[in-house]
Ligand binder design. Sequence first.
Ligand SMILES: O=C(CO)[C@H](O)[C@H](O)COP(=O)(O)O
Length: 214
Amino acid sequence: MRIAPSILAADFANLESEIKDVEASDIDLLHIDVMDGHFVPNITMGSNVVGALRPLTDCELDVHLMIENPDQYISDFADAGADMISVHVETCPHLHRTIQLIKEKNIKAGVALNPATPIEIIEPIIQDLDFILIMTVNPGFGGQVFIESMLGKIRKAKSLIDERGLEIAIEVDGGINEDTLGLCRKAGAELFVAGSSIFGQSNRSIAIDKLRGV
Ligand SMILES: O=C(CO)[C@H](O)[C@H](O)COP(=O)(O)O
């Protein structure tokens, strides 16, 4: 199991110390939410933030692009230091090409799906993916309530992967806490994005240990 603190819930005025704080708990990656105010109703950060964070941490930088026309920006995020990039299937009419653009940068490629998007949509290109990001809330904001019906989608994704003998990680994002992490893990997820349940707590190390202990 890998835990990816989502910096969306961190104190932006003190990002460096926020990152050092969670890094002390031996986390593997940091999740960076990029929102454009078009695909999702919120605006967050661009590749300049990824570039600023890159020298501050050895963690993998997991960049989640919640933006329209992601093809135009993949190179910027990869060059800024992203180790993994996920794009939303809902924003990619030429998804195969978009995935290849990420892979050409020699980083991990993932596809994210909104709660209402069926998992079967990625079947034709599943073998090209390094990870699948299943949104367990509607993207746009932190601190939302986990949508329990997504557990069925996680199970279906796991079956699609296992039937083909593929090694693709299932990542979940949204409302992940001590109560929901275990449910997602049992359903087949192994990479857990957590914002409020880590950065929203005064002691991040205890918060991460609690998630790990699930
Ligand atoms: O992608 C996101 C929102 O679109 C965030 O990563 C996600 O919401 C994490 O926040 P929390 O753990 O507080 O739900």
